[in-house]
Write a protein of this length. Structure first.
Length: 413
C-alpha cells in the first residue's frame, strides 16, 4: 500500500477530542455551551442566514473537509491500479455497498413508519448512510498494520459511504425545500411559498459560476499562456466562494457546495492512491489545493466535534436505539452483499484478504460520526429526536474497540 498522508492519522483524535469536550460542556453547563455555539456573530440581516460559530463550522469549514474527501473519491474512480481496476473486484464493491446501505435504511424506515421514533415517517434517513473515514482509518491501521491489503478496501468503502451520505443529505434537504413550495395544510400561506421559491433562485449563481470558470479559465489549448491560466488558483477560489455563498443563501447544505466543482478543476492524469503522501508534490491545481487544506483538517475536525458532537444525556429518546440499530446493521448488510457478489456475480476478493479481514472491515465501517452528525445538523434540528440520534452515533463508536478486541481473539496463536 502507498504511504498515506500523516494528516489523516490526526483526524480521528481531533474529532473525538472535540466531541468529548462538547459532551462535557453540554452536560455540565448546557446554557453556557449553547449560548457559545449559537452566539450571533453578525446582526440579523434580511438577506443573509444567521451566522453563528456552529454554522460557521458546519456550513463553512466542513466544506473544506468534504472537498478533500470528494477529491480523493473522484481520483479513486480513475486509478488504473486501484480497487476498482479489476472487473471481479468491481462486482464485489457494488453489492457490498448495496447491502451496507439497504439494511440501515430499511430499519430506519420501518421504525419511523411504525411510530417508534420522535421523528415523523422516514425523516432524517440520510443520517444512517455515512461511515466515518477518520475513525475507520485510525482503528484499521492499528488492527491491520501498515501495508495490509485490507486498508485500501476499508478506505475506499468508507469514502464511498461518505459520498453517498453527502448525496443523501443534499437530496433530503432539496426535497424538503421543494415540498415546502407545494400547497399543503402545513404551508397554507402562498406568500411563504413564494418566499421559498425566491430563496431557491440563489442557486443560479452556483450554477453559473462553474460554467464561467470552465469557459474563461480552464486550459483549452497547448499554448503556455493557456497552461498558466489553467494553473492559477485565484479563479478557482473565487468560483468556490461564489458557489458556497449561493448554496448557503438558498438554505441548502453549504458544506456540500464545493463537491460539484471537483471534476472541473484541472487535475493530474493519474491518481497515486487514496490520500497518498506523494500527491503533495504534484503541481496540478487540484492537488495543490488539497495540499493547502490537508494540514487544516485536524483543526476543522476538532471544531466540528466541539460544535456538533456534544451528547446531552438529559434529552435522550427512542432514537438512541433506532440510530444505533441502523448503524449496527451496516456490517451485516455489507457482509451479506459481499457473499452475494462472490456467490452469484463472480466477484473476487483483493489479493491477500481473508474472511477474517472482511469481518473486521465491516465492523470498522459501523461507527458513524462526521457525515451522520452533518446530516443530523441539517435535517433534525434540536429536541429529543436529535439528542437521541446524537447519542446513538456516539454509542456506535464502540464498534471500533469491538473490532480491536475481535482482531486479538482471531489472531493466529
Amino acid at each position: 500500500m502507498i504511504r498515506v498522508s500523516p494528516h489523516l492519522d490526526r483526524l480521528a483524535l481531533a474529532l473525538l477530542l472535540g466531541a468529548a469536550t462538547a459532551t462535557l460542556a453540554v452536560n455540565l453547563a448546557p446554557a453556557a455551551y449553547y449560548d457559545a455555539i449559537e452566539y450571533r456573530l453578525l446582526p440579523d440581516l434580511a438577506l443573509f442566514p444567521r451566522l453563528t460559530p456552529q454554522t460557521l463550522v458546519t456550513q463553512g469549514l466542513m466544506a473544506l473537509f468534504l472537498f478533500v474527501l470528494g477529491k480523493e473519491f473522484f481520483e479513486s474512480l480513475r486509478l488504473e491500479k486501484g480497487i476498482l481496476a479489476a472487473p471481479a473486484q468491481k462486482r464485489l464493491i457494488a453489492p457490498a455497498l448495496f447491502g451496507a446501505l439497504c439494511l440501515p435504511l430499511f430499519l430506519w424506515s420501518v421504525t419511523g413508519l411504525l411510530g417508534l421514533s420522535d421523528l415523523p415517517g422516514i425523516a432524517g434517513w440520510s443520517l444512517c448512510l455515512g461511515a466515518d473515514l477518520a475513525l475507520a482509518w485510525a482503528f484499521g491501521r492499528r488492527i491491520f498494520g501498515p501495508g495490509h491489503p485490507a486498508l485500501p478496501l476499508l478506505l475506499f468503502l468508507a469514502l464511498a459511504l461518505d459520498m453517498i451520505a453527502a448525496g443523501g443529505i443534499a437530496a433530503e434537504r432539496l426535497t424538503l425545500a421543494l415540498t415546502a413550495l407545494l400547497p399543503s395544510p402545513e404551508v397554507p400561506d402562498s406568500a411563504n411559498r413564494l418566499a421559498g421559491a425566491a430563496k431557491l433562485l440563489w442557486l443560479l449563481p452556483a450554477a453559473l459560476a462553474p460554467l464561467v470558470y470552465r469557459a474563461r479559465f480552464a486550459p483549452t489549448g497547448p499554448s503556455e499562456r493557456q497552461h498558466q491560466r489553467g494553473q492559477a488558483l485565484a479563479p478557482i477560489l473565487v468560483t468556490a466562494l461564489i458557489t458556497w455563498a449561493s448554496v448557503l443563501m438558498a438554505g441548502l447544505p453549504a458544506a456540500l457546495a464545493l463537491l460539484p466543482l471537483i471534476p472541473l478543476i484541472p487535475h493530474a492524469a493519474h491518481g497515486l492512491g487514496l490520500f497518498a503522501e506523494a500527491e503533495n508534490r504534484l503541481q496540478d491545481p487540484l492537488n495543490r489545493l488539497e495540499a493547502r487544506i490537508l494540514p487544516l483538517l485536524p483543526v476543522v475536525a476538532f471544531l466540528f466535534g466541539l460544535t456538533a458532537g456534544g451528547v446531552d444525556f438529559a434529552i435522550l429518546g427512542p432514537d438512541v436505539a433506532r440510530t444505533l440499530g441502523a448503524l449496527a446493521l451496516r456490517p451485516v448488510g455489507l457482509l451479506l452483499g459481499i457473499g452475494l457478489g462472490i456467490g452469484l456475480m463472480g466477484a473476487r476478493l483483493p489479493p491477500g484478504l481473508r474472511l477474517r479481514d472482511l469481518v473486521l472491515v465491516a465492523l470498522l465501517l459501523a461507527p458513524g460520526l462526521t457525515l451522520p452528525l452533518l446530516a443530523l445538523d441539517q435535517g433534525l434540528g434540536g429536541g429529543g429526536a436529535a439528542g437521541g440520534a446524537r447519542a446513538g452515533l456516539a454509542l456506535s463508536l464502540l464498534f471500533g474497540p469491538l473490532a480491536l478486541g475481535l482482531a486479538r481473539l482471531m489472531r493466529p496463536s
